[in-house]
Design a protein around this ligand. Structure first.
Ligand SMILES: [Zn+2]
Length: 249
């Protein structure tokens, strides 16, 4: 399960969190998946696999968080050209939000019309809370806004039901997981810490990845090592110390 944010060539100084994978690197990563025989699952295929349907050993789901316009403009064509699918997690309360002061143009979020376009281009939409607030500690009403209301708003904005959920910042607690389950989502994605199908961990791919770190992240060893060490960021740093960082301009 791979987690991306935006795609684009953003200078390192404007992207301290390394959220934007350069377009050429993303294309090379997709080509790597195809060359190594990875099956890129679509949403239906992934949900079937969760329910126990047999899937190839090398199966991967590509996800994007936040709904940056670059997912529609840059990632979707590269995926479509290769017959690959993905899921993009959007927050309906931030529909079309312009970049915050000091943030790069690439942090612009999709409008409802662009979300519909993305869906038509073969990338499924998922729910990423209401306005990207961290959910642990929320009141029942706030949790409902992030799940039931967000789900219904996406349905009316985009004209289709969203089946899956991703926690903003990957943060979740038991109440958040229960709210997601009560709203009828088929599964929910986290970042590092898992809790069954209501918090499925993902591997983040970011601007500092090289071909070798990407390959390492695909290997089965990586999630196991992560779990054993109990700290993904530490493994991420260690992996990069050994294998090198992609050069950033
Ligand atoms: Zn997010």
């Amino acid at each position: 399960m791979l987690m991306y944010h935006g795609i684009g060539d953003v200078p390192a100084a404007a992207d301290p969190d390394n959220l934007y994978v350069p377009e050429a690197a993303f294309a090379a990563q997709l080509d790597h998946l195809a060359a190594r025989g990875w099956t890129v699952l679509d949403e239906a295929g992934y949900l079937a696999a969760l329910d126990g349907a047999p899937t190839p050993r090398r199966s991967v789901l590509i996800t994007f968080d936040d709904g940056y316009v670059s997912v529609l403009e840059r990632a979707a064509p590269l995926l479509a050209r290769r017959g690959m699918s993905a899921i993009c997690y959007v927050s309906p309360g931030l529909d079309g939000q312009a970049p915050l002061p000091g943030m790069p143009q690439e942090s612009r979020l999709m409008t409802a019309a662009q979300m519909r376009e993305l869906s038509a281009a073969g990338v499924a939409l998922g729910c990423h809370g209401w306005a990207h607030e961290s959910m642990p500690g929320m009141s029942t009403e706030q949790l409902e806004q992030c799940t039931v209301r967000a789900r219904d708003e996406l349905h009316s904005l985009v004209g289709e039901r969203v089946a899956t959920f991703a926690y903003p910042y990957g943060h979740h607690d038991q109440a958040a997981r229960e709210a997601v389950a009560a709203a009828g989502f088929a599964c929910a994605l986290a970042t590092y810490d898992g809790a069954g199908r209501l918090a499925i961990p993902r591997v983040d791919v970011n601007a500092t990845d090289t071909a070798r770190t990407f390959e390492l992240k695909l290997s089965r060893v990586y999630p196991l090592a992560r779990r054993a060490l109990g700290s993904a960021p530490a493994v991420r740093r260690a992996a990069h110390r050994v294998l090198g960082h992609a050069a950033r301009s």
